[in-house]
Design a protein around this ligand. Sequence first.
Ligand code: SF4
Length: 333
Amino acid sequence: MNSAIAKQRLKRALALAEPCQLCPQRCGANRIQGQIGLCGAGPEAALFLEYVHWGEDADIVPAQTLYLTGCNLACRFCQTAEEQRFLPSVRLTAELFSRILERGWRAGAEYVNILGGEPTVNLPALLKLFAEAGDFPGLVWNTNLYGSAEAFLLLDGLVDVFMADIKFGGPRCGHELAGAQDAGEVARARALEIYGRSPEALIVRHLVMPGHYECCTRPVLEWIARRLPGVRVSLKTVYLPPKSLEPGCPENRFLSPEEVSRAGELAQTLGLRLTRDADWPPSPPPRTSAVNSGGDPVLVEVAISPEGRVYMRHIVREAAGVLRTVAGPAEKE
Ligand code: SF4
């Protein structure tokens, strides 16, 4: 991550937020003057969780992972939104950001992984922080891709890896599941642009959702094979129904074993370049014994599906080892 580039692009990012055109909602909030947008983001970035994550794809771990408030989609199955309701957020100042980075490097982090919500809604504040932080390698932008083309162009050359969701096959699922019928269309457009600029910077993540094989998983994977040849694909079969979903909601269940295998078989048939999960437990010895490398404690959540699959959220290194010991290989989110 080149802080000089961040500094150059800050002016343009500020202009995009006044009134805000950072995402297709184009809600017009004057973010720089302190207005809060539909996404809940204001003039500055706010942080509600951070830790060194050992549980995502092998290509981007270990990562000092920062969860920011503000999201422009309203996915009804969002685990993070549910969790955020119970966690206080703090202003992400330059001083706090550099302290977190420092702690992450000391704990062995090789990447900085920015999550939300959606990080793009906080682009001006983040560019300001990057400009002040100095250069660092391994910036991961963990995104729903629901941002404007102009906003994503400002990230070109700054972000090392876009961990980018394409969830929805068509407008009906985008509307019903995330409150934006163009969510799938916009995500595909941004993915094509990023791929066109630097294919190796893109990992397309597809979350397999219960009951959404024909409408989402099949068309999305086929589109990836056709339009993004050779791109890295993270196929997530770790759907975890949030506690807040109503009992009758079709998405309020785990994936069946058949849904898991059908998605995997399709990916194989299409010849997709699937990413590898991180090793469990991570192989090099921990450089620190602190679960959260000196930050606040992290609640590591474990769930077990009716078929006995074990799911785990927020995989810090030590917890991964413990779970492996007591429950065998587990699924990660
Ligand atoms: S990023 Fe937020 S404030 Fe900006 S247009 Fe989208 S919803 Fe509105």
